[in-house]
Design a protein. Structure first.
Length: 160
């Protein structure tokens, strides 16, 4: 019996092994690059989230919301090293939550994010989530309170 190996079968087997090795190697490289990229992305989001937090304070000041009316806490975003800021804000009846949502959305768009509002009629509140790169980085819960009174700003006139 004559055993003769066909060279084309050996060559095909060798090509398959080389291609499988290349696929495994590229897969490992892609995963390490993705994890490094993910860490950098979280760092960038964290920096942007802090800036957005300062801008939310500015929007609240723009609507003349007293700091005593706000409670703020940080909540961990599961599966990441990011935190979400949650604010519970009491607002007087003359503030329209839709206008605040619009102002927050315009601010978030400058950073590539957006503000999404939803109303809870049972609790008489409006929740606004600021979303950036698929993560909710800020939640503002607006609750109307009839007991709040804004401080009257006194304008001083200088005598000439």
């Amino acid at each position: 019996m004559n055993l003769c190996f066909d060279k084309s079968i050996f060559f095909r087997f060798f090509i398959i092994l080389v291609m499988a090795g290349t696929a495994v190697g590229l897969s490992v490289l892609n995963q390490s690059a993705a994890s490094a990229s993910s860490a950098q992305t979280h760092k960038d989001i964290s920096i942007t989230a802090r800036e957005i937090d300062r801008q939310v304070d500015s929007v609240l000041i723009q609507f003349r919301i007293d700091k005593k009316w706000c409670r703020k806490r940080n909540v961990e975003i599961p599966g990441t090293n990011l935190n979400r800021v949650e604010r519970k804000v009491l607002i007087p009846p003359e503030i329209i939550p839709v206008q605040m949502n619009q102002a927050l959305n315009m601010m978030a768009q400058r950073y590539g994010g957006r503000a999404i509002g939803s109303e809870n009629l049972r609790e008489n509140s409006v929740t606004i989530h600021i979303k950036l790169e698929g993560y909710i980085i800020q939640t503002i819960i607006l609750k109307t309170s009839k007991d709040l009174k804004r401080t009257i700003e006194k304008k001083q006139q200088r005598k000439i």
